[in-house]
Design a protein around this ligand. Structure first.
Ligand code: PSV
Ligand code: MN
Length: 386
């Protein structure tokens, strides 16, 4: 059954996929391989392009440096274009070298801080070649024990390091700063919450925005509140979608708590963040045991389904119920939207746009997985650190 949804608004959905989702990942216990895992950034981009080809709403691929370092980023950009996608956000990585054992931009040693700043300069150069707008900074910086280092001094070092990086950005580039409340540091993290990220962004200037990642909050945190607040302040730069049961699990979007995904998207739409290119929606996921490309397709479709439910929300009736302070009716209207079965509407919507009604089945039937498993057999597989 079709439900009335503004399909023009549905068409505004764009989701960036992460290059690292196509490489092998795992836990500290084991990283399992998958047949056909890409060997390099070119193959990761080819795999990512399959997601866009079948869903039509995942046109860009985020890179991670150094994992995706190639000799010629112009060639990688051309390769992406030939596959029908573009290169997106460039993620820096200051958490996998010996020098970064005690931090990077906040490290007590000025030499290490300078090294971390220089890494970001390299990322900005790469962005010029790839045509990327956003430099995404997520730091593993923090301490494990009270007294290990000065929290206050680390904040100042962070502000100083970020200011150096910000000064290197071109006018059309942005720095987006992600927060995470713990891990790998367990006592304190230098950018633990949206408030800390926001404070640094405001200090830096208008080209600095906050990144919210679903898995980076304490259990029970009202994430939709943070979305509403950051949109209100004009500082929500990007949203990393994934889902979690316990910590930063990076599981399929909507797998753990589809209602939370819906509530977040309600605020995104209501706050004007949906369809706004300045609010970059990204998947940030790792597929440890499931097939990677289908995993990405499932996540993209779950976001699309949740967006369609939000677009089915009767906003006028909701506004009236709120005006009347009719608590139960307002809640009922919201829940009606959440319980709306939009799957038939979405299938029709895709068919009308020349896309497969069921992107997952269409991809599985395409033979691509069998082809890459054969073509890439016996070759080194990309993964963390690759
Ligand atoms: C590390 O926790 C992380 O998952 C962050 O969320 C980043 O966005 C991502 O890795 C890429 O560095
Ligand atoms: Mn993230």
């Amino acid at each position: 059954m079709s439900v009335p949804i503004d399909t023009d608004r549905l068409d505004l959905l764009r989701i960036e996929v992460p290059s690292w989702a196509y490489g092998n990942s795992g836990t500290r216990f084991r990283v399992f391989g998958t047949p056909g895992t890409p060997g390099d950034a070119f193959e990761k981009v080819s795999d990512a392009a399959q997601v866009h080809r079948h869903t039509g709403i995942a046109p860009t691929v985020a890179l991670h440096i150094p994992w995706d370092r190639v000799d010629d980023f112009g060639a990688l950009r051309a390769h992406a274009e030939s596959e029908g996608v573009a290169l997106g956000t460039v993620n820096s990585n200051t958490f996998q070298e010996e020098d970064y054992k005690f931090g990077s931009l906040c490290h007590p040693d000025a030499r290490v801080r300078a090294k971390a700043v220089a890494h970001h300069a390299e990322c900005i150069d790469i962005m010029r070649e790839t045509g990327s707008r956003d430099l995404k900074v997520w730091l593993a910086d923090g301490t494990n024990y009270p007294g290990q280092d000065s929290i206050r001094e680390r904040q100042q070092r962070l502000a100083d390091s970020l200011a150096e990086i910000y000064a290197m950005l071109d006018d059309d580039q942005r720095l987006v700063l992600e927060y995470k409340f713990f891990e790998p540091a367990f006592y304190h993290t230098d950018v633990p919450d949206w408030g800390t990220s926001y404070v640094h962004c405001v200090e830096l200037g208008p080209k600095a925005k906050v990144v919210l990642d679903t898995g980076h909050h304490a259990p029970g945190t009202n994430i939709e509140f943070i979305v509403a607040q950051l949109l209100r302040l004009g500082r929500l730069g990007a949203f990393d979608f994934n889902s979690r049961f316990y910590a930063d699990d990076d599981l399929i979007v909507g797998a753990a708590d589809p209602f939370q995904l819906f509530r977040i998207l309600v605020e995104l739409v209501d706050g004007g963040g949906y369809g706004d290119p300045d609010v970059q929606l990204v998947l940030d996921q790792c597929h440890n045991v499931e097939a990677k490309i289908p995993g990405q397709i499932r996540s993209v479709l779950n976001v699309q389904e949740a967006v369609a439910k939000v677009l089915a929300l009767d906003v006028d009736a909701l506004a009236a119920a709120r005006r009347d302070c009719d608590v139960l009716l307002a809640n009922e209207i919201l829940m009606d939207a959440f319980h709306t079965d939009v799957r038939g509407t979405l299938a029709e919507h895709r068919a009308a746009r020349g896309l497969p009604e069921d992107p997952m089945r269409a991809f599985l039937a395409s033979g691509y997985l069998e082809r890459i498993a054969a073509d890439r057999a016996g070759r080194a597989q990309a993964g963390w650190g690759a």
